[in-house]
Design a protein around this ligand. Structure first.
Ligand code: SG4
Ligand code: ZN
Length: 258
């Protein structure tokens, strides 16, 4: 899993991976809500997210903590809304965090960072696999959500992860966890308001293949919970894993209010 890059030199990525990390459609970005374009669509449809997976595994890959899920008879996927008739199949979700309050998320909203950002990575069914999908401009959809310590209220779904955190404290640590439905990540009243824009993976090789869907309303996480993320060890001793925001250039940010 170990590759040459890490989070101690994010601004060097453009030199190490000039082809892609220095492109003009990079992620993350600062989302200025005044500078968005209102778009109308039917909602995103989340298919099979409420089925409990047969197996769930948590892994520290040196860059993040990653959660994988396996179902025997289904796949979980998103469709409709800005995705039209295309299905994007869930592959994994992972986390970005920092060491202080008001830092950790990769995207910022009106310049403000939350303490944690979750990315649910999905690939277009037509491309057959994630390895193939990363070669196409419409290959991936990443759904991002934010967590903040503002109210110091505990996240129930994150307890499933944090109960197993000691097994993934160090790089290459991995463990099975008790499966729970991924729909537990989206329990909130106004979960459905989001923005969307075209961007990239936020890690090398920074492929410009991602339709980003970013849920606007942050969820709560307690200070005790975020402290556990902050204790995780990553490659080369890094204790945070967010990239600096990148220029928007001529891209449009669309806002979808449900
Ligand atoms: C994290 O490093 C994940 O572990 C990577 O997944 C992921 O790469 C990478 O972030 C970039 O994804 O949503 N932040 S992001 O843009 O999903 C891919 C793996 O290494 C291709 C499996
Ligand atoms: Zn990510």
């Amino acid at each position: 899993v170990e590759e040459g890059w890490d989070y101690t030199n994010v601004d060097e990525w453009k030199k190490e991976f000039p082809q892609s990390c220095a492109g003009s459609k990079q992620s993350p970005i600062n989302i200025i809500l005044n500078n968005t374009k209102l778009a109308y669509t039917t909602g995103l449809e989340w298919k099979n997210y409420d089925f409990t997976p047969a197996e769930m595994r948590l892994t520290n890959n040196g860059h993040t903590i990653q959660l994988q899920a396996k179902w025997y008879y289904y796949d979980a996927y998103v469709t409709s809304g800005p995705l039209g008739l295309n299905d994007y199949i869930f592959e994994q979700l992972h986390f970005h965090w920092g060491q202080k309050d008001n830092e950790g998320s990769e995207h910022t909203i009106n310049g403000k960072r939350c303490e944690l950002e979750i990315h649910m990575v999905h690939w277009k069914r037509d491309y057959g696999s994630i390895e193939n999908a990363v070669n196409y401009s419409d290959g991936l959809v990443v759904i991002a959500s934010f967590y903040t310590v503002l109210l110091n209220r505990k996240s129930q779904v994150l307890e499933n992860i944090l109960d197993a955190i000691s097994s993934v404290q160090n790089v290459n640590g991995t463990t099975k966890i008790e499966p729970f439905p991924l729909s537990d990540f989206k329990v909130a009243d106004n979960y459905d308001d989001f923005i969307s824009y075209s961007g990239s993976l936020t890690t090398p090789k920074c492929n410009e293949v991602v339709t980003w869907i970013i849920l606007l309303t942050p969820f709560s996480i307690s200070k005790k919970q975020i402290a556990k993320f902050r204790s995780i060890k990553l490659n080369h001793g890094s204790k945070y894993n967010y990239r600096s925001t990148q220029p928007l250039n001529d891209r449009k940010i669309r806002v979808y209010l449900q």
